[in-house]
Design a protein around this ligand. Structure first.
Ligand code: PEP
Ligand code: MN
Length: 264
């Protein structure tokens, strides 16, 4: 049984309905790109906006995010669209900066949730601030490491907790960028039934053509929501260009989702 103390995630004034949708670009690139994408997403009904500000790249030399410079852009998104805003945090500095600019929710990325010291640092920085916090699965298929990260965040008093399933690295080639290994989030649900779990088809698929099918699979398995990367001009994105969709395509994907009877 879980030892976690979990309460329902709340965004003030927003009624959360399944599937909960979080969307926005992989990275905040420019103020214009952030604002235009956000306005297009708001127009199709997205209420929670994501954008990476600090990007943990696997290899050095790739775009590592605009940093705190982008936080006022997100604040503008909130003021001008009414959307809630979320960013990835990997250090205490990221947490303090995000909170300073009124970020409504944060998530711990897959490279960070694999590192207990980093997760503990983020947890300690969040003490006393009970905002929604999502924990992505670690890059490696280790359920205990994922649960350990959730326990560390929860241990800091964060009760509005959720998990994000973004698939797992494999050395072997596969059609997925990160293999979904659905049995792992299903087992997480079995062990902690009260924990909301949302699926990240963008990082599982790695290519936009797979997003609709992975999203449907997540719904068939009764997961609670989807976090999908969207960009006004995906092929020009500064990170994860092959897996982002336009807001118009996102609308099609969401409109075509069928909420069938749950399999689990
Ligand atoms: C992201 O959400 O853009 C990201 C870096 O994801 P992950 O931590 O799942 O690789
Ligand atoms: Mn990304």
């Amino acid at each position: 049984m879980s030892k976690l103390n979990i309460e329902t995630i709340k965004f003030p004034g927003l009624e959360l309905k399944r599937p909960v949708i979080i969307s926005g670009p992989c990275s905040a690139e420019t103020e214009e790109q952030v604002l235009t994408t956000a306005k297009e997403l708001a127009a199709i009904g997205v209420k929670i906006f994501r954008a990476g500000i600090w990007k943990p790249r696997t290899r050095p030399g790739a775009f590592e995010g605009v940093g705190s410079l982008g936080l006022p852009w997100l604040k503008r998104v909130k003021e001008e669209t009414g959307m809630f805003i979320g960013v990835e945090v990997a250090t205490s500095h990221h947490v303090y900066e995000a909170l300073k600019f009124g970020v409504d929710m944060v998530w711990v990325g897959a490279r960070t949730s694999a590192n207990p010291f980093a997760v503990q640092e983020v947890a300690d920085a969040l003490k006393g601030v009970n905002i929604p916090v999502f924990v992505k699965n670690p890059v490696n298929p280790d359920l205990d490491l994922w649960i350990g990260a959730l326990e560390r965040i929860n241990g800091a008093g964060i009760t509005q907790l959720g998990a994000i399933h973004r698939g797992f690295s494999t050395y072997d080639k596969s059609e997925f960028r990160n293999h979904p290994q659905w049995q792992i989030p299903i087992e997480l649900h079995r062990r902690i039934p009260e924990l909301p779990i949302i699926t990240d088809p963008s990082h599982i698929g790695g290519t936009r053509d797979l997003i609709a099918d992975i999203s449907q699979e997540a719904m068939d398995l009764n997961f609670d929501g989807l976090i999908i990367e969207a960009h006004t001009c995906p092929e020009k994105a500064w990170s994860d260009a092959s897996q982002q969709v336009t807001p118009a395509r996102l609308k099609e994907i969401l409109d075509n989702l069928v909420l069938r009877r749950p399999k689990i």
